[in-house]
Structures are given as C-alpha cells and as structure tokens.
Ligand binder design. Sequence first.
Ligand code: AR6
Length: 177
Amino acid sequence: MDNIIEIIKGDITTLKVGAIVNAANSSLMGGGGVDGAIHRAAGPQLKEYCRSLKGCQAGEAKISPSFQLKCKHIIHTVGPVWNNGTQNEEALLASAYRRSLEVAIENKIQSIAFPSISTGAYRFPFDKATLIAKNEIERFMKTNNTLQTIILVTFSESDYNQLKRIYEKPKNNYQNQ
Ligand code: AR6
C-alpha cells in the first residue's frame, strides 16, 4: 500500500502535517469557518503573505508558509458556492481537490489534511461533496504515490459519521453477502 486515507474529527489547525488545505474565498484575505480559524492560528503574517498571492479563482489552489501553525505549508483553495448545481459546482469542487493535490506534489509534500471544502458557508450538500472528494482523491492516488498520507478532517460528529459511512461502504453487493 503506497498511500493511505485517514478520517479524523477535530480542528485542522492543530495538525502537524506537510500541508493543511484552507477552504478560502477568492480574495485569500481570510473569512469565517475554517479560513478564519487558520488565519487566527497562523497569525497576522499569513494575511500579509496572502496579499502577495493576488487572489485565487474557484477550483484553483495556491501555497503559503504556515507561520505559527505546526504544519509546514498551507494550501489555499477556493471551492464553489452551491447554487443547486447550475454553475458547474461539481467540476469546480473536483478541481479544488485536484489542484490542491497537484500543488502538494509540486512542493514535495508527503502528508496533507483537507477540510470538507464548500460544505459550510458555501452550502455544498455534504454527501455529494464527499463523493466528489473521494473520487478525485482516489483517482489521484492511482497515478501518484509521493503523497503518503491524506487526512480528511471533519469538524462535527455527524459529518465524521457520514464520512466514515461513505468511505467504508462496500463497492458492490457481493461484499454484503
Ligand atoms: N477544522 C476543520 N474543519 C473545520 C474547521 C476547523 N477548524 N472549521 C470549520 N470546519 P467553511 P466553505 C469545517 O464554511 O463552505 C469562509 O468564510 C466546517 O464544519 O469553513 O468552503 C471563507 O472565507 C465545514 O464542514 O468553508 C469563504 O468565504 C467545512 O470546514 C467561505 O467560508 C467548510 O466550511 C468558504 O466556505
């Protein structure tokens, strides 16, 4: 087994990994939710650095140092705002995961932690978002084995249970018999 996916419940800002992913907005100037928590914990230098990144489009990703966090880097990505699936949201969410993973590889990062991008303030349905993330991560892992650990971080107990259910679901009915 070259790489593993771990599901945990907790605060992504506390993790000592190669990179944590931030579910940012396109200004990269901070906000609420996980973005606010990351900026608070990293300190004001993060905002100064992010200013130099000059924003980020939905589906794209940019990297910064982690400043006061225990992780080495922060990969800032921007998920889509859910609009009943009418604005290419599924493809944009897949791209946010894919581009974050590509940026991690480009920077020789071996462990990465993701929050559930777009499922908070951006209102993307959690189940749908989880399946898109799973598909993208699994596809990526087939062709890349330099990233050794991918951690999916959920904040609430119910999100954690839902994620576990989706990842542990048997692939076909034969496994149920
Ligand atoms: N650790 C892990 N997960 C967290 C944490 C944390 N510390 N805090 C929240 N979550 P959201 P979005 C979960 O709203 O939907 C911001 O204002 C949360 O439970 O943070 O992509 C940005 O600036 C949810 O499952 O991000 C943007 O404007 C998930 O993280 C906008 O929100 C994502 O929720 C982005 O919205």
